[in-house]
Design a protein around this ligand. Structure first.
Ligand code: A2P
Length: 331
């Protein structure tokens, strides 16, 4: 079996560490492995596939050696600076930051939704925003069967989405410390401000959900609005999604559609009752859907509740799935 030289850039971070774990779990054939991070971590060690590796400082010369794939999760400015250098050296970058997501020549890929786009790359492929990934997976069955007119997203996002410092803000905040990462205290609170505000009154996170959904679905006509909220949960984003479909639907058929869908899990039994929650699905791969019900206030309205681990399917697992797609055609 062919083996690959793989780098993880941001290997000491919350997502970077998860990327290493997912690479191991999925048995990606790795020859040489290069964990990279900032100068602060250079010389530290990490364990990958049972072997100890020394973390390298990511710099202009990191890609002078042959590296087939680099998974980046070291922030937007780091990606902007180093992904093009990697790409010029022939390394295929799978970038978890938002830096390149809206570039026309950079595919934005969720393997369950638009796998073919992955092969149109020019050495940089963008991994979408965590909230967008789970949303488009959950919406795909409805989109394919009934068409979608309009989407209303409301998110309940975990602190780990903001990295190590986000987790620390919740941990320390619970003990009474002032916030260092978030704009307000996150302990015992909900903050409707994720990423910075833009001129139209939406946050950047909200606009990411709008624009990235359209790009991944390949449908600029989709009408979408979003409210994104940080909540005191460590891992797993939860989302309320309200959809208006183009064609009418029968709720029985919708349940059947989701029950038989192989790339997500329906957890919806009103007799128990059962529905997915963040705590129950932390550290699991996949997208979990529940609370499927008709929205009686509009024609062809549907509500759903969607939970997924933001560090796994929302970041590391999706990135590794993209890598698997590329490897699958590299014979
Ligand atoms: P480091 O640990 O050396 O700061 P998180 O999102 O959990 O905060 O992690 C961010 C990741 O991105 C860490 O691995 C961090 O490395 C890395 N990182 C941050 N800035 C840079 C940079 N300028 N160059 C390389 N890696 C960086």
């Amino acid at each position: 079996m062919k083996k690959y030289n793989i780098a993880v850039c941001g290997a000491t971070g919350v997502v970077g560490r998860k990327m290493m774990k997912v690479l191991e779990e999925r048995g990606i054939p790795v020859d040489n492995f290069y964990p990279m991070a900032s100068y602060r971590s250079a010389g530290k060690t990490v364990v990958f596939n049972g072997k100890e590796y020394t973390v390298e400082e990511l710099n202009e010369h990191s890609f002078d050696k042959p590296i087939d794939f680099a998974l980046f999760s070291a922030g937007g400015s780091t990606s902007l600076k180093f992904s093009p250098i990697a790409a010029e050296h022939g390394t295929v970058v799978i970038d978890n930051s938002s830096a390149f997501r809206m570039y026309d020549d950079v595919p934005l890929v969720v393997p369950e939704v638009n796998p073919e786009d992955a092969f149109k790359h020019h050495n940089i492929i963008a991994n979408p925003n965590c909230s967008t990934i789970q949303a488009v997976v959950a919406l795909k069955p409805v989109y394919d069967r009934y068409g979608i007119e309009r989407i209303v997203y409301s998110t309940y996002q975990a602190v780990s989405g903001a990295g190590q410092n986000g987790i620390k803000d919740l941990e320390e905040g619970l003990k009474g410390a002032s916030p260092q990462k978030f704009p307000r205290q996150i302990a015992f609170n909900c903050i409707p401000e994720i990423d910075v505000f833009t001129d139209n009154g939406y946050t950047k996170e909200e606009m990411k959900m709008v624009n990235e959904t359209r790009k991944i679905m390949g449908d600029q006509s989709l009408r979408i609005t979003a409210t994104t909220v940080r909540v005191p949960v460590y891992t797993c984003h939860s989302e309320s999604i309200n959809v208006e479909t183009k064609k009418p639907f029968d709720m029985k058929d919708v349940f059947e559609l989701y029950r038989s869908c192989e790339y997500l899990t329906l957890e919806d039994d009103m007799d128990k009752p059962s529905y997915p929650t963040a705590l129950e699905h932390a550290d699991q791969d996949g997208v979990f859907v529940g609370r499927l019900r008709r929205d009686f206030s509009v024609e062809n309205g549907l509500n759903m509740w969607v939970v997924s681990d933001n560090l796994r399917k929302g970041a590391a697992t999706n990135a590794v799935q993209i890598l698997e797609l590329l490897i699958s055609r590299d014979k």
